[in-house]
Design a protein around this ligand. Structure first.
Ligand code: M6R
Length: 610
């Protein structure tokens, strides 16, 4: 939540910082600001609302400035208005902050007692004033940082602009991500790589408990005790084009359309579809000791959790081991039974979700090996985990997860197959049939996407409906949850998901002619049972949308709309296929309702607060 950017070099910094912020807007978008140095003072431009609104204020800044910091905000403390937006400055010093300073009230009281006045409701202004007070007392910014980080509680990434120092910017990391980009006689810092990849592929990822002083041609990193830290310069693989819309109206639309290609690439990377060999290094299982593993523990949040729920359906029979799936936000606050005989699969697109990261740390402390399934390179979960299976989806900018979700399910399946083969549980004939399906699978995702015009017409019929139930059985029960989540988050339509068999245990009481029900009815083992559920809904006058491959007269008669989805024999792959029309449905519902598809209200892509 919140994106921070800093630049120091020979070029005018304002356009570069603004451009970096556009690439981080998915982290927060309720207000934004930029600060630069001007004649030993801080010049500030801030605005509430989307980044776009900041543009008209940038003319107030000195255009020739070559050093500055910027911020795009997802409000935690204090309303999302101009005064509370970052950078926070006392005129001679400015900071941008991503995270939460939990003990800010205590610190504020202390500072107020010293006569310092506050103008905002934010914890970030307190962090700024605390750092500044230490700086004034100690006369050195590095000493002030060391002192302050001993006192700050919470998680934070803080970028500091001190106009008295023309050659340096500072950045501190504790719990929130920071990447430093090294360019040609210029240097950047940012919350995430998309903000810098247009300028450099060379990056340093700070560890928790480190701060850095960056200049045009030199980086120094220290730990919080002031001891110099060694760092590694990583080569980023993301390109700048990957973080652009490339002609699509929305990032979400572009990312849905990337699914056939990213899945095709994942197949090529992870499985040899001719020999049935698995790339154990790319799957991350070469680093995992499978001996003695007695159970699988899957953790994640939001869509990642749904991917885990789907995986439970195929992993248990594949591996012959009990699989539990839990929301990381619940897991981390209880006392779960985790031992060295547990293999944990931690799923996270960003690799920065604080709940998942904390759960990962708990598992490691309790001797469980952790295999991370992540998209963002060198992210915190990747660095904490025993080993990683990278999804390589490229940047996912739309707040609603699409390609990352389907890749999560796919990677979980590939991991499951590879382990099953390794432990001798995968029969040759079964593998052969799966490999056959994998060969045609990317093309079938294309076919599912090709149904978009028909899906748009369904959305046209239903976009004024304000209540939806999503139902499915087997793997399609969590697919229904994912479909409902997509609809909720981008179209603001209330949507709840139930396993088909659960309807009669309560939710069917909600069904009347105003209730819309989206039923996932592929031609699988549950087909007849799902058709019965649809009959029950129809009998209570619910409005029915069916997603399936079998447009039989019976189903057509029962439903007001039928969304066709191609059929594939392998259930795990079918779950991915069936997700695609649900993504499109949510997208078109949002379009018709006029909501902000890529940046829905109240949300941020990367949830780095509790
Ligand atoms: O980066 P992560 O995969 O850890 O994020 C987890 C959730 O915040 C994320 O999936 C969220 O639910 C998406 N907005 C869903 O579309």
């Amino acid at each position: 939540m919140c994106g921070i950017v800093g630049y120091l070099g020979d070029k005018p910094c304002i356009p570069l910082i603004y451009d970096g912020l556009t690439k981080l807007e998915y982290r927060g978008y309720d207000s934004a600001g930029i600060a630069v140095a001007q004649e030993g003072r801080v010049a500030l431009a801030k605005s509430e609302g989307k980044l776009e609104r900041l543009k008209s204020h940038l003319k107030d800044l000195p255009a020739s400035a070559t050093m500055g910091i910027g911020h795009t905000r997802w409000a935690t403390h204090g309303a999302p208005n101009t005064i509370n937006s970052h950078p926070h400055s006392a005129g001679d010093f400015a900071i941008v902050h991503n995270g939460i300073i939990e003990n800010y009230l205590e610190l504020k009281e202390e500072l107020e007692a010293e006569g310092i006045k506050f103008y905002t409701e934010t914890d970030s202004e307190v962090a700024m004033q605390y750092l500044r007070a230490q700086y004034n007392k100690l006369g050195s910014l590095e000493e002030a940082i060391k002192k302050s980080v001993k006192v700050f509680r919470g998680s934070y990434a803080i970028g500091i602009l001190d106009p008295k120092q023309n050659n340096f910017l500072y950045v501190i990391k504790h719990g929130s991500p920071v990447v430093i980009g090294i360019g040609d006689n210029e240097c950047f810092f940012a919350s995430d790589a998309p903000a810098i990849v247009a300028h450099t592929q060379k990056a340093i990822f700070l560890n928790d408990g480190e701060f850095a002083r960056i200049s045009k041609d030199n980086i120094k990193v220290w730990d919080f005790d002031g001891k110099a830290s060694a760092f590694r310069i990583a080569e980023l693989s993301w390109s700048s084009e990957a973080a652009d819309k490339q002609g699509y109206r929305h990032f979400m639309l572009k990312e849905m359309h990337e699914q056939p290609v990213v899945i095709q690439k994942a197949i090529a990377r992870l499985i040899d579809v001719h020999t049935g060999d698995f790339n154990e290094a790319a799957l991350g299982i070469d680093q995992i000791n499978l001996e003695g593993i007695k159970n699988i523990n899957i953790i994640g949040c939001g869509s990642a959790y749904h991917a885990g729920q789907i995986a439970k359906y195929f992993l248990e029979p594949l591996l012959g081991l009990p699989v539990t799936v839990e929301l990381a936000s619940e897991f981390r606050y209880r006392d779960p039974y985790i031992r060295d005989t547990t293999l944990t699969l931690a799923i996270s697109q960003s690799g920065e979700t604080l709940d998942t990261l904390t759960a990962v740390k708990f598992c490691l402390e309790n001797k469980s090996q952790v295999l991370a399934l992540c998209n963002v390179e060198y992210s915190s979960i990747v660095r904490a985990a025993t080993s990683t299976c990278y999804m390589h989806a490229g940047p996912e900018i739309g707040v609603a997860s699409t390609k990352a979700f389907t890749l999560q399910v796919f990677c979980l399946y590939a991991v499951g197959l590879a382990i099953a083969k390794k432990i001798g549980r995968l029969k040759d004939n079964d593998l052969k049939a799966i490999l056959n399906d994998l060969r045609v699978f990317p093309n079938m995702i294309e076919q599912a996407l090709a149904g978009k015009e028909a899906i748009e017409l369904v959305a046209q019929k239903f976009y004024e409906t304000t209540n939806f139930l999503f139902v499915g059985r087997g793997l399609h029960a969590p697919v229904a949850s994912e479909g409902a989540l997509k609809l909720k988050e981008i179209s603001y339509v209330f949507a709840e998901a139930y396993a088909g068999g659960e309807l009669k245990h309560g939710p069917i009481a909600l069904v009347d002619k105003k209730m819309a029900v989206l039923a996932i009815v592929p031609s699988d083992f549950y087909f007849e049972k799902m058709v019965s559920n649809v009959e029950e809904i129809k009998a209570r006058e619910g409005r029915i949308v069916v997603v399936g491959d079998n447009a039989s007269p019976r189903l057509r008669n029962l439903s007001e709309a039928f969304i066709h989805c191609p059929q594939i024999a392998t259930p795990a792959l079918q779950a991915i296929l069936t997700t695609v029309p649900l993504q499109l449905f949510a997208y078109f519902m949002a379009l018709k309702r006029g909501t902000d598809v890529d940046q829905p209200r109240n949300l941020a892509k990367s949830v780095t607060v509790e």
